[in-house]
Design a protein. Structure first.
Length: 488
């Protein structure tokens, strides 16, 4: 039978972690039809010297709103990402109250007309997105709708409402429950509240994904809390963007990973993700207490996006303060207290290169961009560069792991972890989400000063059997799906 596509003579790295092998891969409809001898096809692609892998899964996305605003998802597709896990750090597009402002969320807010996950998915599908999306139910979002920014424990009625929101999201296909315990309003919750809500995800077979309560001086306490939540809630745990922030904590990722290894040896199911950069990024007002401004952090800050001071975008806060002739703490204040101060996004250079590599070597660590799809200003380059940066810089140049292992942790491992249906391996019968790239030249081009450059070395990306990205061009295929946990 004639296939739609046959990719000939590719080195297939199938996502399982086993060594690459030479084969032809054919695609019929949305499925991989053969792996081995290729079928005659409408379109034949000569892939000699190139590597064919499953499409990459970005385990840590904030693309809930991007699927509405930028359905072409160019910044992800050009990296070889075919599936996003969104709703991270406790912020998710659903549930939602149309027409109302949430109490918190700032730059991670996703306004829209939908009420629940099913309606949100329908809105996304109507826009024919280029890649797939799976969703977590976000604690900050849920708590914000139920009890605003209240700095207290929920009463019984509020708890019941929050439980119902998590339950509904899980029934509608969410893959788990996420927290961002460093952010408002999640930071006002006690461990028991999180356990109760995470256990609902657990009962549905989903996971608990967390931006932990602390990623700096109290990192180890935060890891203990996370493990305890997983144990009490009876669900698998996923630590988001594992890091040790702040100079005096540099190097501590190794010890934190040892703690995870001990938990795994004791029978607990724990995984993590990391982005391949020494800087983080997020809503700046969430990181500062105006009564006690952390100057060490302020020194490490670069402004990504600042609606009140567009001229500050792309500049270090120390340089801004010097130019304006103001003290550094005053610069912090001006960046986050203006009329649109809650929308300011910063980049903070708080991490150690060694910790990044330690993370990238660990077999349970996946790749999550944590990209914030605000294309104004000067965003963190991870939005455009994460996956090629791992494969080019960290695998090819630094040798932190093999190509096969890196691909496994971008494909089959997250597919299994997040319940991404029928994807994550190059196997006959699975959905044809595939990436074809040149292992000798793949690399990220997005930099701090030029953050929106698409990577090079990626030849083609298929989503559901359609050619979505072809030699540097977005085809506009729009074959992405809103995926329900484990079912499709
Ligand atoms: Cu995040
Ligand atoms: Zn986070």
């Amino acid at each position: 039978m004639t296939a739609d596509f046959t990719i000939r003579n590719a080195t297939v790295i199938d996502g399982s972690g086993s060594p690459g092998f030479l084969a032809d891969v054919s695609i019929e409809g949305d499925r991989i039809s053969t792996v081995g001898d290729g079928q005659p096809a409408q379109v034949e692609i000569d892939a000699e010297g190139l590597v064919l892998t499953p499409g990459f899964i970005d385990t840590h996305s904030h693309d809930d709103g991007a699927f509405i605003r930028y359905p072409g998802m160019e910044f992800k597709l050009a990296q070889g990402v075919t599936t996003d896990i969104s709703g991270n750090c406790g912020f998710s597009a659903a549930p939602n109250v149309p027409g109302e402002q949430p109490a918190s969320g700032g730059a991670l807010r996703f306004p829209g007309p939908w009420r629940d996950l099913a309606e949100y998915f329908a809105e996304c599908e109507a826009r024919r997105p280029a890649i797939n999306n799976m969703m977590l139910a976000g604690h900050n979002t849920i708590r914000g709708w139920v009890m605003g920014n209240e700095q207290r424990e929920p009463d019984a009625a509020e708890m019941a409402k929050m439980r119902a929101f998590v339950e509904q999201a899980m029934e509608q296909g969410a893959c788990g429950f996420s927290t961002g315990l460093i952010y408002e309003p999640g930071r006002y919750s006690q461990t028991a509240e999180v356990v109760e809500l995470a256990s609902i995800a657990g009962r549905h077979g989903g996971l608990y994904a967390t931006h932990m309560r602390n990623e700096g001086d109290q990192l180890f306490d935060a890891v203990e809390e996370t493990l305890e939540i997983g144990k009490q809630a009876g669900c698998p745990v996923h630590i988001s963007h594992h890091k040790a922030a702040g100079r005096k904590n540099w190097g501590r990722c190794a010890e934190s990973l040892e703690r995870v290894d001990r938990a795994v040896a004791d029978g607990q199911d724990v995984t993590l993700d990391v982005y391949p950069y020494v800087a983080g990024s997020g809503p700046m007002h969430q990181y500062f207490d105006l009564d006690d401004i952390n100057l060490e952090l302020a020194e490490a800050i670069r402004i990504a996006s600042c609606p009140d001071h567009r001229e500050w975008e792309g500049r270090m806060l120390t340089d801004i303060a010097a130019d304006e002739g103001i003290a550094l703490d005053e610069a912090v204040r001006r960046a986050i207290t203006g009329p649109k101060g809650a929308e300011t996004i910063c980049i903070q250079f708080t991490m150690d290169e060694q910790d990044v590599e330690t993370n990238l070597r660990h077999p349970r660590v996946m790749i999550g961009s944590d990209g914030i799809p605000n294309l104004n200003g000067s965003p963190h380059p991870r939005l455009f560069g994460t996956f090629p940066r791992v494969l080019g810089h960290y695998v090819r140049e630094r040798g932190v792991t093999t190509l096969e292992d890196a691909v496994r942790r971008m494909t089959s491992l997250p597919a299994e972890r997040f319940g991404v249906p029928a994807r994550g391996l190059v196997r006959e019968g699975l959905i044809a989400d595939l990436v074809l790239f040149d292992p000798a030249s793949i690399r990220d081009l997005a930099t701090w000063d030029d953050p929106r450059r698409e990577p090079e070395g990626i030849t083609a990306v298929f989503v559901s059997g359609q050619l979505a990205y072809d030699q540097g061009k977005h085809t506009g295929a729009g074959a992405g799906k809103m995926l329900r946990y484990r079912t499709g």
